[in-house]
Design a protein around this ligand. Structure first.
Ligand code: URA
Length: 234
């Protein structure tokens, strides 16, 4: 299995794929933090400041994320912070499904290297990649267990920069995170399957026909587990 450092090196050295974000970015942004983190936070993708510095969440949204992490007695170095896509989509546009699919193997390898107890999904782009058919407005602050992994969807910190009332919502949701972590640690161990869902997952399936039977099987799992995972885990 690749180490976090090896994955980061691979991402930074990456070029020539033809995808617009990778071709136009100043720096790829692999993510950073504790390789033994209990909590991994996944955002959407680098913005302007992140692109310039090659580090995740260092702009205005990052300042709020730091406050949220500190509000529960942790520091940035205690957690791992990453993104769905590793290069800035030009003009901060939404990442396209094919760009999300392109970045997926790195993100999957990062999750596999860290084995976090809880993955905090920052906003809908991260949520839609890991949890099918949910709305962030309905499920923020509710822990979900899906294919063995505990997820905790919350609003993206940038949303609170535009809508001030979401700041308190984020603080309230983060306040529940230590309890979620405690309960996640107490769950009986089961096998964890980190597989993408949504449009990016469909592209990945199309691109690698050899994997089709597995993908088809997991699509069925996704369907059959949609119902229970609508309910809060704890
Ligand atoms: N927004 C994100 O989703 N990720 C970052 O790294 C910065 C802002």
């Amino acid at each position: 299995m690749k180490t976090l450092d090896q994955i980061a090196e691979e991402i930074r050295a990456h070029k020539g794929c033809g995808f617009e974000p990778c071709e136009t970015c100043t720096n790829e942004v692999p993510g950073e933090g504790n390789s033994n983190a209990d909590i991994m936070l996944i955002g959407e993708g680098p913005g302007k400041n992140e692109d310039l510095q090659g580090r995740p969440f260092v702009g205005a949204a990052g300042k709020l994320l730091d406050e949220l992490i500190e509000s529960i007695g942790l520091k940035r170095e205690d957690v791992f912070i990453g993104n769905v896509v590793k290069a800035r989509p030009p003009g901060n546009r939404d990442p396209k499904p094919e760009e999300i699919a392109h970045s997926w193997p790195w993100l999957r390898n990062q999750v596999a290297a860290i084995k976090p107890q809880v993955i905090v999904l920052l906003g809908r782009h991260a949520m839609d990649l890991f949890l099918p058919d949910l709305r962030i407005s309905a499920v923020h602050g509710q822990a979900k267990r899906y294919r063995g992994q505990v997820y905790y969807p919350v609003y993206h910190p940038a949303a609170a920069l535009y809508n001030g009332s979401l700041r308190q919502t984020l603080l309230d949701d983060f306040a529940k995170l230590p309890k979620v972590l405690e309960k996640a640690k107490a769950l009986p161990e089961t096998e964890v399957a980190i597989e993408p869902v949504g449009p990016a997952a469909e592209l990945l399936t199309k691109k690698s026909p050899a994997k089709e039977p597995v993908a088809a099987a997991s699509a069925q799992t996704a369907k059959s587990t949609t119902e229970p995972q609508q309910k809060p885990l704890f």
